[in-house]
Write a protein that binds this ligand. Structure first.
Ligand code: ADP
Ligand code: MG
Length: 250
């Protein structure tokens, strides 16, 4: 579902992603760990067309990010094509970024109707199913400001899912939450993983990674230092930088 080869990204002259290779298969969950500033968010943003990479390639569902292949040639995507590709990838941020002037239901139906050109009734019907799934059936008419952080983040996940993405990217989805609200969001993500969604999750929740991830990838200073099953990377880390990081967060 995601294949990155030799991905480089710099801001100005500052190289922050320095040759990342990784593969996430359909239905797999990859947890991405690493210290602040190691390039995790930048890498996720590159997958989702929010940043343009300087070198290397990223494929999502076989398609080259940023390009369309036609008769053996590569054409840079136009804005409308980028929007279409991005519509197939759900992204959930640390700050929930809900539309504050819309109800929960409107938050969920806006993009499917405007971007996917779905019938409003169909988008609404699925929205209600998704709200039930994240435990917020009673909040369809509520405004984001009346919800707790955990509820807002669950709405943000449901909103992303209502685009019927083939891939979900999570960038520290529980880092802005009060500790007692973290569990309800992780429960939703666990449920999603069990349902077969392909996910890349940047997180500091080691217990979640150990339980849910198929692969744990540890990044530091713009490179993948170590990657493998949670039991190996978390239980028996080989690299000193992974060991030092885990000693701090565990
Ligand atoms: P992480 O998510 O692992 O904390 P980031 O990807 O956010 O790391 O950042 C990696 C590095 O890139 C940091 O040094 C950060 O300051 C820098 N950086 C991130 N975004 C930008 C930007 N838009 N412009 C310039 N520098 C950036
Ligand atoms: Mg980040």
């Amino acid at each position: 579902m995601v294949e990155a080869v030799g991905v480089h990204k710099s801001y100005g002259g500052n190289l922050v992603v320095k040759g990342i290779d990784l593969t996430v298969r359909k239905g797999e969950v990859m947890c991405l760990l690493g210290p602040s500033g190691s390039g995790k968010s930048t890498f996720l943003r590159c997958i989702n067309h929010l940043e343009k990479i300087d070198a290397g390639t990223i494929r999502v569902a076989g398609e080259l990010v940023g390009y369309r292949e036609h008769r053996g040639r590569l054409h840079e995507l136009k804005d409308a094509e980028i929007a279409e590709r991005r519509a197939g990838i759900g992204m959930v941020f640390q700050q929930f970024n809900l539309f504050p002037h819309m109800t929960v239901l409107q938050n969920l139906t806006e993009a499917p109707v405007l971007v996917r050109r779905e019938k409003p009734a169909a988008a609404r019907e699925r929205a209600h199913e998704l709200l039930a799934r994240v435990g917020l059936s009673d909040k369809a008419g509520a405004y984001p400001r009346s919800l707790s952080g955990g509820q807002q983040q669950r709405v943000a996940i449901a909103r992303a899912l209502n685009m019927r993405p083939g891939l979900m990217l999570f960038d520290e989805p529980t880092s802005a939450l009060d500790p007692e609200l973290v569990g309800e969001v992780l429960d939703v993500m666990r449920d999603l993983a069990a349902d077969g969604m392909t996910m890349i999750v940047v997180t500091h929740e080691i217990a979640f990674a150990r339980e849910v991830a198929d692969t744990v990838t540890f990044m530091d200073d713009g490179v993948v230092v170590e990657s493998g099953p949670p039991a190996e990377v978390l239980g028996n880390p080989q690299h000193p930088r992974t060991q030092a990081f885990l000693a701090k967060v565990l």
